[in-house]
Write a protein that binds this ligand. Structure first.
Ligand code: TRP
Length: 331
């Protein structure tokens, strides 16, 4: 690692299907960051139980997400990649930081407001303090940089506030992290309503593409993607449908918008939609192939997540011990 190497922390919830929105918006960036920085990645299973989970499904989703991220290129020789609940320091620091976060601050979190509208019968305390667990995740590793989607920006601002508050009260304890929001691909939109973010919880199954969807299905979904009534393949913010497709194609091929517009100059949307469907299907088939190998090798998966968890515990425990000392708990 060179002297520009930073500590990067990020996490994703293993709560089911992982879409190409997650892939192009987050995971692909993680894979690239591994080559330059000290990366620490987690599956945030503690976060998932803020909404009701079926135990058998949660277990299966967690193992599948682990295998899938390895298949996408997360490399445990370069990075730490662990399951959050395996590393006890997260829950411990989270409790402590609860006591340095104000009720009013958490009440203002837009994700809490949205989720409590959606889960009216289960507005539990964990859903409310969820951002503090995220604060703990990040601060435990003294992270410099946190790759996140726009929807997590407010939580990162809270992380900075809590870190600064604690440092002010007790002296330098936590590094104050920066958000890292990649320019391209940060927001892949729904294929059916391109003004909404692509989300696996969308009831319209044609609106999102899962990494593990079959090739036929992927091609079909792109064919059905909603665009406007014109037919010139050009990126234009006032035409969110075609612009979203161009963004996705650019993420998958590395080509610039200009290059894409030239490539499809004079052909209609139909041909472009077919090309993008085939391209994504091909892109993902390599990932799917690797996934099917990893998911069958449970002992390899276990070895990877156990070793990472041990190392993560070691690193995070230094921060936790320091916090405990500063607060005045008897060691
Ligand atoms: N809350 C994040 C999400 O739902 C996942 C997450 C948990 C996270 N802990 C984190 C992201 C720490 C970045 C850093 O997307």
């Amino acid at each position: 690692m060179d002297s520009f190497a930073k500590t990067v922390f990020s996490a994703i919830q293993p709560s089911g299907t992982i879409t190409i929105g997650n892939y192009f918006g987050a995971i692909k960036n993680w894979v690239e960051l591994q080559n330059k920085h000290n990366c620490i990645f987690a599956l945030a299973d503690l976060h998932t139980i803020t909404v009701m989970q079926d135990p058998a499904k949660l277990k299966r989703n967690t193992l599948e997400a682990y295998a899938l991220l390895l298949a996408c290129g997360i490399n445990v020789e370069k990075s730490l990649f662990f399951i959050q609940s395996h590393v006890n320091t997260h829950a411990q620091l989270s409790w402590i930081l609860d006591c340095y976060t104000q009720f009013g601050e958490l009440s203002r979190m837009t994700q809490f407001k949205d989720k409590s509208k959606k889960h009216v019968d289960n507005i539990n305390c964990g859903l409310f303090s969820y951002p503090v667990l995220m604060v703990a995740d990040i601060l435990l590793y003294q992270a410099d940089m946190v790759p996140i989607g726009l929807d997590q920006k407010q939580h990162l601002e809270l992380t900075r506030t809590v870190a600064e508050r604690f440092n002010f009260l007790y002296g330098e304890t936590f590094k104050v992290p920066e958000a890292y929001i990649p320019k391209n691909g940060a927001r892949i939109m729904s294929l059916q309503d391109p003004c909404k973010k692509m989300s696996k919880s969308d009831e319209n199954l044609n609106s999102w593409v899962a990494i593990l969807d079959s090739s036929d299905n992927i091609i079909k979904k792109f064919k059905r993607a909603v665009t406007d009534s014109e037919s010139c393949v050009r990126y234009d913010e006032s035409k969110p449908g075609i612009s979203n497709l161009i963004t996705i194609y650019s993420c998958a091929t590395g080509k610039s918008f200009d290059e894409i517009e030239k490539e499809f100059d004079g052909v209609g949307y139909g041909i472009f939609k077919e090309a993008i469907g085939e391209c994504i299907a091909e892109n993902l088939s390599a990932v799917q192939h690797r996934f099917s190998e990893f998911i069958q090798d449970k002992s390899y998966l276990e070895k990877c997540y156990k070793e990472s968890a041990e190392r993560a515990l070691c690193l995070s425990d230094k921060t936790l011990k320091n916090v405990i000392e500063k607060i005045g708990f008897v060691k």
